[in-house]
Design a protein around this ligand. Sequence first.
Ligand SMILES: CC(C)(COP(=O)(O)OP(=O)(O)OC[C@H]1O[C@@H](n2cnc3c(N)ncnc32)[C@H](O)[C@@H]1OP(=O)(O)O)[C@@H](O)C(=O)NCCC(=O)NCCS
Length: 178
Amino acid sequence: MATGSESETTTSRRRPRVALREVTPNDAALLETWQSSEFDELGPRDEELLAARVPSFRLLVVRNDDEPVGYVTWRRVRYGPNRESRAWNIGVSIIPSARGQGYGTEAQRLLAVHLFATTDVNRVEAATDVANLAKQRALEKAGFMREGILRGAQFRAGSWHDLVYFSLLRKETLRRGP
Ligand SMILES: CC(C)(COP(=O)(O)OP(=O)(O)OC[C@H]1O[C@@H](n2cnc3c(N)ncnc32)[C@H](O)[C@@H]1OP(=O)(O)O)[C@@H](O)C(=O)NCCC(=O)NCCS
């Protein structure tokens, strides 16, 4: 799967500068490099979560010249027991040398549009630390709406952190268009 064609998705009417593509076995070494250098303050994962095998999905963010510059992830969240109450929670990571050029914004927008196109959810959401202003700005530029604060929700680097939630609804993606 690759998504990012001009007619499909972009944050503006100009040509997209990044696309999303599947991870292939050839990307293993690159991903390992990224992971070992990545800042991970979350500590060991909860065994209950690992045992539940909650699937999370990932696509690479690649520039027009095919250079990978990061990845997007998504996982299922639920707000009720029925199918209609399912949503996607997305994440993004852009390598330090490629930040500040609009790629994070575009990648999140591409992923949201892809998820609306390929699944029947009504809501795509994202959360980040209240201190992560770059992520918040990138979400806003991608069309997400700021919803509110979850106080003391995430334990990281030795203390509890407030998270800010953003979302994009299906009808908002349609209204905004390519
Ligand atoms: C957050 C992240 C994905 C953003 O990607 P990016 O490609 O740099 O984002 P963009 O260039 O599309 O947009 C970033 C915006 O944030 C702004 N910004 C950057 N640092 C900022 C800061 N400290 N304070 C306020 N705004 C800031 C930029 O100016 C830009 O806005 P502008 O276009 O209006 O000037 C990227 O920085 C990243 O991967 N960070 C590390 C991982 C991470 O935090 N992931 C999210 C975890 S929830």
